[in-house]
Design a protein around this ligand. Structure first.
Ligand code: C2E
Ligand code: CA
Ligand code: CA
Length: 714
């Protein structure tokens, strides 16, 4: 089963697309174009209005100018004088026309409407005259009284059906009016056209309903006439330019965006790939490619969380290969690797899609079996796994055999969190190993306390020695007569960071079973000898386990330790139990001889609990016997024990041994033991086992007391 971390899955799913970027660029471009287009339309409208306005202003300016020139002319007075003489008046008009560039002028009687005199270009004169008469007539028609009628001083733009004209009128006296016209020639129009930037200004016969036109008022009843021009269209040009440059710019922006986007996508993809690879590596065992412990725990946690929504259980199987070390040692690490990989594959082929196998490390695997309803489903799988492991593995023609031990626990039955479930499976695995390996065991709620401790020792004692979690306490043995401290016994304690202070009564035997007693014993002896250096003259008792004692180099070891601690050998007292002597008496005897040769003292511990054959006492050269506490306990209940203790003490003394009574808890016991001749007493009555510093204090108090006592004695 491939396990892809959730984060990587997400990252792969979120495929980056170019579409949004294009849409963005497109919408920016579109809104830019819209704004530009609206600005251009506005600008164009404004331009048109301006052009029309300027044209009308310029036209009226031309006629006003004409009017001013005419009105300023000196000959107007003469005209007034010659009003009754048409010939003279006409001569005046010809001169006026030339000076003021009028193309036609007429002196008109306002009252009668009659043209008194006229002058103008021969081809236009007749038509002009007719128009002016018409004008005068229409003016006269407007009013009621002739006196109030007439043309005043004015300038107008009109047309005559074919040309645009400036029409001016200047009153001459009370009754006369000088009326003149001047047509806008094509040259004049061209001049206006350039001056006003209204290109191609021209006359159009008819009414033009377009924006670039100026409708000219008719002088009489002529058909309509307009001035038209080509719009300058500056805005449109600007817009075109803008559109062009906008397009170029947008294309450039889009191109850059695409490039940047591609770069980003490439690097993002690279990062994702790298991340996914790193995450895969961090989550999988590189050798087998199986998920590692972290992944297994994560998946287990997820599935446990999901359990309340299901009607099935989860089984956790911890697999520990048997004889895997032999494969490594015999065939090499490549063979070991091959076995790990093959075994992983074999187990995988037994699992369903939803099940998970992980390699926890070394030769340990874990299987999570999902959706099970009966334990049978799991035990069947466990047996199949064992069978798979028992089939030979081959490499380069070599055939390798291993086995596997399986510990099984269930969620929710055995717990509802990862740690509890794994611990349960581990405890079951432990039991299966103790029962002889290559088998499976189900976790039972009442796995014994001893098993728990043994497991704790298994798992942690070795580390505890290295981490210096062990300490020594010392219990004094006092002279029965004086009560002064004669020696101390070293007793080991384990300060476990979680379980607190653990008594040696619970872990010594486990340490013996697990082969950890040797390093432990070594450590104790070393530390006790070092501590003894601070108590000159005092003996230090050290408990020696049978296994430790049976080591061939034990005496040599002791010698080295004593030498290193610079301790007088007779100050070290080894406490041995009968167990030491039972198994191989000859070897034990030899070792004891060696130890005596070094100079250390030997005590027979727990005397009275074992076989207690007196033979041992005779055969083996002990210096001391320690009567077990159980004697004192039963002494209180039955008188018989008192006699026994009595005789043991006697016997000891008879053999020339020192006798210590252990577990002295009250004054009665002390008095009795003193009375029967016990040399030393040890027990809570005097002191519980205490720290080395506390022993320092006790010794100091004793010295102080004897210092006080000695002057009196003197
Ligand atoms: P032990 O050698 O017989 O040690 C005496 C035990 O009796 C100690 O228990 C001590 O605390 C306890 N004791 C002493 N006086 C009294 C008393 O007045 N009343 C009662 N009820 N108990 C008393 P501890 O320290 O728990 O040690 C238990 C056993 O563990 C020792 O029995 C010894 O066999 C073993 N042990 C302790 N330290 C070591 C060690 O460093 N190496 C080895 N191999 N065994 C050790
Ligand atoms: Ca002891
Ligand atoms: Ca003892």
């Amino acid at each position: 089963m491939q396990i892809v971390p959730a984060r990587a899955k997400k990252a792969q799913g979120a495929s980056l697309s170019i579409v949004p970027i294009f849409l963005l660029v497109l919408s920016v471009m579109a809104s830019m174009a819209l704004v530009a287009q609206r600005a251009a339309t506005r600008q164009e409208q404004f331009e048109l209005t301006r052009e029309k306005h300027q044209l009308s202003q310029s036209l009226s300016f031309e006629s006003e100018n004409l009017l001013a020139n005419v009105a300023r002319d000196d000959t107007l007075g003469n005209l007034f004088q010659h009003q009754r003489n048409p010939a003279l008046a006409e001569a005046q008009l010809v001169g006026l026309n030339t000076r003021t560039t009028l193309d036609f002028s007429a002196l008109v009687d306002k009252t009668s409407g009659q043209v008194i005199a006229e002058a103008g270009d021969s081809d236009t004169a007749a038509q002009r005259k007719a128009l002016i008469v018409e004008l005068i007539e229409s003016s006269r028609m407007r009013g009621v009284s002739q006196a109030t009628l007439g043309i005043g001083r004015e300038a107008r733009i009109v047309h005559d059906g074919s040309s645009v004209l400036s029409l001016i009128a200047v009153p001459i006296g009370r009754n006369m009016v000088l009326v003149g016209t001047k047509a806008f020639t094509p040259i004049m129009l061209r001049r206006l056209s350039t001056m006003l930037s209204v290109p191609d200004l021209r006359v159009f016969k008819g009414l033009v309903l377009q924006e670039t036109s100026y409708v000219v008022q008719p002088l009489g009843s002529q058909p309509p006439l307009s001035l038209i021009w080509t719009p300058s269209r500056k805005a449109a040009e600007t817009l075109a330019d803008l559109a062009f440059f906008g397009l170029i710019a947008s294309l450039a922006v889009a191109a850059i965006a695409v490039l940047v986007f591609k770069r980003i996508r490439a690097s993002t993809e690279a990062i994702l790939v790298r991340e996914a690879k790193a995450s895969h590596e961090a989550r999988h065992d590189p050798l087998s490619g199986l998920p590692n412990r972290a992944v297994f725990c994560e998946l287990l946690a997820d599935n446990i969380e999901d359990l309340p929504h299901r009607d099935s259980s989860i089984a956790v199987l911890l697999l520990d290969l048997d004889k895997f070390k032999d494969v490594n040692d015999t065939y090499g690490h490549a063979a070991g690797d091959k076995v790990i990989i093959d075994f992983g594959n074999r187990v995988r082929s037994l699992l369903r899609q939803t099940d998970v196998i992980a390699r926890l490390g070394g030769d340990e695997f874990a299987v999570m079996q999902m959706g099970i309803h009966t334990h049978m489903e799991t035990t069947r799988l466990a047996q199949a796994i064992i069978d798979a492991a028992n089939r030979p593995f081959t490499m380069d023609g070599a055939t390798m055999r291993i086995g596997v031990t399986v510990g099984i626990s269930f969620a929710p039955d055995d717990g509802m969190d990862v740690a509890t479930i794994l611990r349960a499976a581990d405890t079951a695995l432990y039991r299966a190993k103790n029962e002889g390996r290559n088998r499976f065991a189900l976790y039972e709620h009442r796995m014994t306390e001893a098993e728990r401790i043994r497991k704790l020792v298994d798992d942690e004692l070795r580390g505890a020695i290295e981490r210096e979690e062990l300490t020594l306490v010392y219990q004094p043995q006092v002279h029965a007569d004086s009560g002064r401290i004669a020696s101390v016994e070293a007793l080991v304690r384990w300060r476990h960071p979680v379980h607190g202070l653990i008594s040696p009564a619970t872990f010594i035997s486990a340490a013996e079973e697990r082969g950890l007693i040797v390093p432990l014993g070594d450590w104790v002896m070393r530390r006790a000898c070092r501590d003894a250096a601070r108590w000159p003259g005092l003996r230090v008792g050290v408990n020696v386990s049978a296994i430790q004692f049976r080591q061939s180099h034990f005496p040599e070891n002791v010698a080295t330790i004593i030498r290193e601690a610079n301790l007088e050998p007779h100050r070290l007292e080894l406490e041995l139990t009968e167990g030491v002597l039972v198994e191989d008496a000859d070897q034990a005897e030899a070792a004891m001889m060696e130890l005596r040769a070094i100079g250390v003292k030997l005590a027979l511990d727990d005397f009275g609990t074992g076989y207690s054959s007196l033979i041992y006492l005779r055969r083996f050269a002990f210096d001391k016997i320690k009567i077990d506490k159980s004697f004192l306990d039963s002494m209180e209940a039955t008188g018989e024990s008192a006699i026994l203790v009595h005789s043991v003490v006697h016997l000891g003394r008879a053999l020339g041994l020192e006798v210590t009574a252990e577990g002295v808890e009250n004054e009665d016991q002390r008095r009795f033991l003193q009375a029967v001749g016990c040399h030393y007493l040890q027990g809570y009555l005097f002191s519980k086992p205490v720290s080395a510093e506390a022993i320092d204090e006790m010794l100091k108090a004793e010295r102080d007391q004897s210092a006080l006592a000695s002057p009196d004695a003197a």
